[in-house]
Design a protein around this ligand. Sequence first.
Ligand code: ADP
Ligand code: TRP
Length: 321
Amino acid sequence: MRILTGLQPSGKLHVGNYFGAIKPAIDAQGEGDGYYFIADYHAMTTTHDAKELRENVRNVAIDFLACGFDPSRGVFFKQSSVPEVNELAWILSTVCPMGLLERCHSYKDKISKGISANHALFAYPALMAADILLYDSNVVPVGEDQKQHLEVTRDLVGKINDQYGEGTLMMPKARIRDDVAKVPGLDGEKMSKSYNNTLPIFGDEKPTKKLIMRIKTDSAAVEDPKPTENSIILALYQLFANESDYGQMISDYENGGCGYGDFKKRLAEAYWDYFAPMRTRREELVANPDEVDTVLKAGAEKARKEATKVLDRVRKAVGLT
Ligand code: ADP
Ligand code: TRP
């Protein structure tokens, strides 16, 4: 079984990204043949600053490795290291009705946020379909927001196979991570960089702990029992603390006698300890940029070999060779 997913190189990783996307991707390693790539061509639909793109790609590569991706058990590469993906995207575009792209929420959302409508932004789902189909992927773990893009991908497989013969492309399946709870941000809304409420996973100690101290709470006095329901502190603490510490905090909430300042301190400690090994690993990678390059290069070679096989098959089927 081939599992494939793409990571957007879009700035600093936050705790929501970690639990919602990075950790599930890393946990899926070993379940099958894992292909993970940094979607740098996709990032170009919205980032037109060369330095920023290069840095973001670098950072996501370092972060993903620091978070525990094991290169001996999977393939990790930059999307643009396999430029063949553009040829497949083109072939898919030739059977892709305008209406299919016009209906995509993600495109409409981006436009409504003021991002200028360019051809690449509109054609984004065709390139994403090519990412998936170029490697004969079976399972594609994504967040709920990408569900429609997977439907477009499946539609395009149907069209190509109807036109050029069954087996020209493999039909992939989405794995929507609806079991992953939405991680709340510091204000209780969904943690998201667009809401300015994030807790970075690789932030500096003092400023990050300060962010935790600013989490919104009610005005219960120290001695009062405190509501456990909808508590941002508890929801975050559960992600980082072991069961017994978490249980202790629940009972301290219920019994009263501890203030929110104390709970936040415990949360800050648990958060800091949780990411400590990854932070150390990240520092090693920053100090050894060659290590990251070696992983990406080996990944690109493997991915490209696989891509060439699939593309040869498709080129024959459509009459290019
Ligand atoms: P942001 O909302 O900060 O812009 P992205 O949309 O770039 O984050 O999300 C990247 C990945 O992280 C997606 O797969 C998304 O589902 C996941 N993710 C982002 N925020 C959260 C969250 N608060 N809880 C769970 N998963 C999240
Ligand atoms: N569009 C995805 C996102 O925004 C990233 C992505 C690009 C992707 N190509 C992909 C995800 C292929 C899965 C498969 O998160």
